[in-house]
Ligand binder design. Sequence first.
Ligand code: GDG
Length: 747
Amino acid sequence: MGRLIIVSNRLPFSIDHDGEELKLRQSSGGLVSAITSYFENNHTQQDITGKLWVGVADFPQEDWDKLVIDQTITYDFDIQPLFVDKQTYNDYYNGFSNSVIWPLFHYFPSLVEYPASYYEAYVQINRKFCNELLPMLKPDDIIWVHDYQLMLLPQMIRQQRPDAMIGFFMHIPFPSYEIYRLLPNEWKKSLLQGVIGADLVGFHTHDYVQHFIQSVKMILGADTYFHTLQYQNRLVKVDLFPIGIDYKKFSNAANDPEVIQYRNEIKKNFQDKKIIFSVDRLDYTKGIMDRLNGFEFFLGQNPRWKENILFILNVVPSRDEIQAYNERKKQLEEKIGTINGKFSTISWQPIIYRYQHLPFHELSALYQLADVALITPLRDGMNLVAKEFVASSVSRTGVLILSELAGAASELNEALLVNPTDIKDIANSIDRALNMPLQEQRNRMVLMQRRLQEYDVIKWVNDFLDQLKETKKEQQKLTVKTLDEKTLNSICRHYAESKRRFFLIDYDGTLVPITRLPSEAVPTERVKEFLASISSDPDNHVAIISGRDAGTMEKWFGHLPLTLVAEHGASLKMRSEAWQQLVTVSDQWKDQVRRIMQIFVTRCVGSFIEEKTNTLAWHYRNTQVDLGFARSRELINNLSQLIQNTSLQVIDGNKVVEIRMAGFDKGTITLRILNETLPDFVLCIGDDTTDEDMFKVLEGSAYTVKTYTIKIGNRGTAAKYTLPSQQLVLPLLNRLQTCVNPRKHVL
Ligand code: GDG
């Protein structure tokens, strides 16, 4: 392994001017807290040889140069700042990132602004990151791209470095498909394509993973299988990694003298008062206004808490150049004024409001002192504040009130979960928290603490990096199987030496691409010419082995010297012979099956029934992806029950469910033909699940002749080799002919 390169929009610090002196100041924010903790603790994996953080500098180049010359930089990782044009950065950061992606992904579509210049700047800055990174990259580096500002970057790097190890982590929610699809077409496509340029894509929760997979399926048409995506012949993993915190940093802070001193001061000032605490960046997603409304409602309903309670509300300045943020600051401050004006006495006011970044010892002391942490975002990717409050409670008392719409709610279900817009719910929860018996507080706290201790930020990073390496290994296993030049040469050699060559070729998805309707997939002139050419060699015996019915096969290929297998083996026409029906049972079963399939046609728009002599097939290729798949499972279930104790079987094909007589499949018929023809060279190629039966018998121990089994696509298969796409089939087969006769080139 090489270096770990963290790539994020911002660097983890800013530079402040203190007179002539320049000082580093750590930025606040979830991503920075997490990664700096990991780096500071020196917990990096053993095989990582260095650490580098790349991000945009929010300070001038001359400040940076001065710090480097004066050797003021004391971070234990390397830093590569990017200096970018201010206007472009503004359109990329305040524009596309924070006025398009941020509001949309947090379910505020009405706040989204759509100027094209924002997107252009987003592309430009992502490109700038890519261009700066490329010359730095070494072959073994791990590149870990973070968050919504850099969604295009993974693919940009991938295009230049196809083998790079790239991870992407999204710190904010990924919205449901219905929300995501509101983006203009070009944007929504390129953002998804950009992200899946990574090998591993991480989110905080199962829901975000599912939403992302759904969008990739619906918008890019990618194949998905649980947490694996298949897109343009690349395998990408998508999984959940709920970010952890630096647990020890918060629990150990209780013994820090600076924290103790500050804690004592506050205690002295607010003796006997219950403290409610919250800290957030100033952001409309954090639900501060609804929280204040909830608190106001609580005070109105519970006058006995007058003078006995204090809400310490800390708001950290954030994105103040964006209008939506500025306006909200004014509204919040007015609301705080109203509540204080309404409920204060001469010696007490209910809310202490501060608009500033707190030093760590103050933050930590407030976490420890709070009787209640009131964390009520309207949406939040995770929310680290909730976790930090829990970790800080060394006394194991205190109650967490947490929004059910924060990602953290899926891990912290011992908190009092509230709907953040329901002010009564918030008020009732405050009341319940203030009256909760100590034992119950402890029971809840202990369970949450155990969980957070178990999966802290170190585990989080290591888990992500381990999975990234695993994904790379899985991809490599698939590449090992891909038909390469060496294997092609050996197939060619073997082909040239053989005298009784046998070809088993599937039709749909192999000789021709899959189309919307089976009737559209007619063989092209190119296919017919190729088949005529390859079968004209007396040493070649070619079988087209398909699920199509005998009539269609005869119409298309009857004039050529080919063996034809229809309906997966129910009908057979050996080369130069007549068709034989291998199934002779009555087809009365069809009526009942047809009736059931018809119900599914009605219940799933776009699906249709194909009727063949011995088979009924329900196709769902043209349906809404998820609905089609769900209905196909139901249909399989219904049909399986229906055919119990009959000689029928249900086949779960590629976007098709078929029912036909048992005992006939492509494997059985393959063995039968081979036993009749006794070849010395076999090449079998197909794309569908039904082709697996052929691959299995040919790769099984019963069959010993040298064979080449080739699956199109790189899903799991019993075939020995894979070919990335259908378009490569004819060139491959054609190349074999040139092995014997180099001048013969049909295509
Ligand atoms: C994004 C996602 C996700 C805050 N104020 C002060 C301060 N902080 C620190 C907290 C905490 C961090 O900043 C805030 O993290 P959150 O998770 O609460 O929120 P975002 O900044 O919006 O983070 C979020 C996160 O990324 C991680 O993936 O959880 O959903 O939106 O660590 O302690 N630190 C100090 N003074 C402050 O005044 N010292």
